[in-house]
Design a protein around this ligand. Structure first.
Ligand SMILES: [Zn+2]
Length: 662
């Protein structure tokens, strides 16, 4: 009794805002990365890729005309989870922090007594290591076990994980049945390129590996739904399935996504299964946006949506469509259509080309570009006939509406952050173009070349990055050269070409490209670091030191950069400067093996064996297979007169060295 009272009080408090007497509603949000609407059986695909999603759709409201607001993973998820537009939340690219003053669905439901957990499929949505800082707000558990891919490491063991891993991790969390309702978010990254489904989907879809990834994700979701049913969690859950964006697959010349704003990358599947024992199927044709999802979820579970949320709940559409008169259904669709805004700054950030905005209203699609575009989607759903000249007054009206909408829904923001060298590396490991640029966010009229005139370069760069990521440097180099022949000023191509030569240990070939990269993006720590490494290896330690100092100035907390600068100082016999940098590296990361080893050795040489001892002991613990660590530690024991310990370490060093002999 004594123990029970405070607990009861806490439970009452926690559920105070939930609808009284109603069975608590669990929220399950499933986001499908890079998934085109036209691959879904429930959206009329005949390919048979999605039997499990189709059966869920038969008990759900299907939104047949749902649109993403940004064709990129992190920004689109920011819109889904905050219910705000990109011009308001300013998560316009990877690595941009989700501001703490934004409304955030997980945080809101947590404050109303929900248990909250996220299981994401890619480092792109990892708050800790680069892609999505701030996304863990409000989550009790944010499962993103990713790290930078080491040479020859499997991508599914480092930067992403398969759908079944996501499902199994989430089900393990559900094995400790929460006492309160829960909010569970699962993110499936599989359809994102490279398209590489696991067996048996790999063989079954050998000719269409992208479709194979979709079929595999559907299989994983089938396992999830079966598990939810067997645990009695299916009926009482609100289940939302949505894709963050589509995939161009060559339409309009685009290979993947991010560059353009056509339907192939913005029209996405969206279905909402309401809680209840016998949910009915409904198909709604009216155009809606992913910005509407968070307010919908909140309304369904009886939590008021914060005023800052810009989307509108979809439940009113559900109610009016459920009771609609089939005779007037067509006019209802148009009346209920919501105009859809979308944008991408990716062309600007990655290449210095123009950012794009789009506006879908009525039967028209308008794209605000240096060469604007207008399409009549009722006659030309593939957006192939640009009507901007023949219907110039329509285009002008659409342009004005777009500007007005952007003005009403935007808010100013502080300057964008500069990505750290570590973040840039991690994002590039996923095939993303990120120059680490600190260029301010594209303003309303940020105009460079029109991306549609340059799409081939974007495709080549994407291909080259994937090759470099797979350590196929010999294949990547001619691609980078081809890109730079067409446009010598793409900073990332210069950086990556230099980096590829560095990785092939042809350092003098790397230097000119890296010099150009530094010139184009002086704020890029990675560019300075790579140039510093190349110059050092060619014997120019003074030049190397200058570059590494610049890299550290841009990214002063990177232990790897601080270590590199320290070792460059050692090459120039600047011993006390070297010691300072090694110490700074260890202050930022006490487990940096090389900093422990090099500082320990340097202090030993400086006749400071007692200071060296703990560092070398640590180095041996961190990498017991390092012969050098044992050798230096043995030397220090010798100086300190601990001869038995010295003998053991030296024997171990000898043994490891012998093992390393071929
Ligand atoms: Zn995505």
């Amino acid at each position: 009794m004594f123990l029970g009272r405070p607990l009861l009080g806490a439970l009452l408090l926690a559920s105070a805002s939930l609808p009284s007497f109603a069975k608590p509603v669990n929220i399950i949000l499933i986001t499908l990365d890079t998934t085109r609407a036209d691959r879904m059986g429930f959206l009329n695909s005949k390919s048979g890729l999605t039997p499990n999603l189709d059966s869920l759709a038969r008990q759900s409201t299907v939104f047949a005309s749902a649109y993403a607001q940004v064709p990129l993973t992190t920004p689109s998820h920011a819109t889904i989870l905050t219910g705000t537009y990109p011009q308001f939340n300013h998560v316009s690219d990877l690595g941009f922090s989700l501001s703490t003053d934004l409304p955030y669905l997980p945080d809101i439901v947590r404050q109303h007594g929900y248990r909250t957990a996220a299981f994401v499929g890619s480092q792109v949505l990892d708050p800790k290591s680069g892609g999505a800082p701030g996304f863990d707000r409000g989550f009790e558990r944010y499962d993103a076990p990713f790290h930078l891919r080491a040479p020859r490491e499997d991508r599914y063991q480092s930067v992403e994980r398969r759908g079944m891993m996501v499902v199994n991790s989430a089900l393990a969390w559900l094995n400790q049945p929460p006492q309160t309702p829960f909010f569970l978010w699962l993110h499936f990254y599989d359809p994102h390129d490279p398209y590489d489904p696991p067996a048996p989907f790999k063989a079954r879809y050998a000719a269409l590996p992208y479709d194979g990834e979709i079929a595999y994700v559907d299989f994983a979701i089938g396992k999830l739904l079966t598990a939810l049913r067997s645990r009695g969690l299916y009926d009482q859950s609100l289940i939302v399935v949505v894709a963050d964006h589509g995939e161009a697959l060559g339409e309009h010349g685009e290979r993947s996504h991010g560059l353009f704003l056509y339907d192939e990358t913005l029209h996405v599947p969206l279905l909402v299964k309401l809680p209840g024992a016998s949910p009915t199927h409904l198909r709604i044709e009216s155009r809606v946006g992913l910005v509407d999802i968070a307010p919908t979820v909140l309304q369904q579970v009886g939590i008021p949506a914060p005023a800052a949320m810009q989307g509108r709940s979809l439940l009113e559409l559900v109610k009016s469509n459920a009771s609609r008169n089939p005779k007037t259904a067509k006019s209802d669709v148009l009346a209920q259509d919501r105009s859809q805004y979308a944008e991408t700054d990716y062309p600007y950030r990655a290449f210095g080309w123009s950012s794009l905005r789009s506006w879908r209203t009525g039967k028209y699609l308008y794209i605000d570009a240096p060469k604007p575009e207008l399409y009549d989607r009722s006659l030309d759903p593939g957006a192939t006939q640009n009507l901007v000249n023949s219907a110039s007054s329509v285009a002008a009206t659409m342009a004005a509406q777009l500007e007005e909408f952007r003005r009403k829904t935007g808010r100013s923001d502080k300057a964008d952050p500069v990505l750290t060298a570590h973040q840039v590396q991690q994002l590039q490991a996923l095939g993303y173009v990120s120059s680490g640029s600190s260029k301010p966010e594209a303003e309303e009229k940020e105009r460079g070349p029109d991306p549609k005139d340059k799409v081939e370069i974007a495709n080549l760069l994407h291909q080259a990055l994937l090759e470099a990521e797979e350590e196929h440097y010999r294949e990547a180099i001619p691609l980078f050269e081809q890109i730079l022949k067409a446009d010598p000023n793409i900073a990332l191509a210069n950086l990556q070409l230099g980096r590829a030569w560095n990785n092939l240990e042809e350092y003098s070939k790397a230097v000119p490209w890296l010099q150009k990269a530094v010139e184009l993006t002086p704020q890029s720590a990675e560019a300075h670091y790579q140039l510093g490494a190349a110059l050092g290896e060619t014997g120019d330690w003074a030049g190397s030191t200058k570059q590494l100092e610049a890299a550290v100035a841009q990214d002063p907390t990177s232990d790897d950069l601080l270590f590199s600068l320290g070792s460059a100082y050692e090459e120039l016999d600047r011993t006390s400067d070297a010691i300072t940098q090694y110490q700074a590296a260890l202050a930022n990361n006490p487990d940096n093996f090389r900093a422990n080893l090099f500082l320990g050795r340097l202090l030993a040489v400086q006749d400071r064996p007692k200071d060296a001892l703990p560092l070398l002991q640590k180095a041996v613990t961190l990498e017991p297979q390092s012969a050098d660590a044992h050798k230096f530690l043995g030397n220090v024991y010798t100086v300190l007169g601990e001869l038995e310990k010295a003998r053991l370490e030296q024997n171990e060093a000898q043994r490891l060295k012998a093992l390393a002999q071929p």
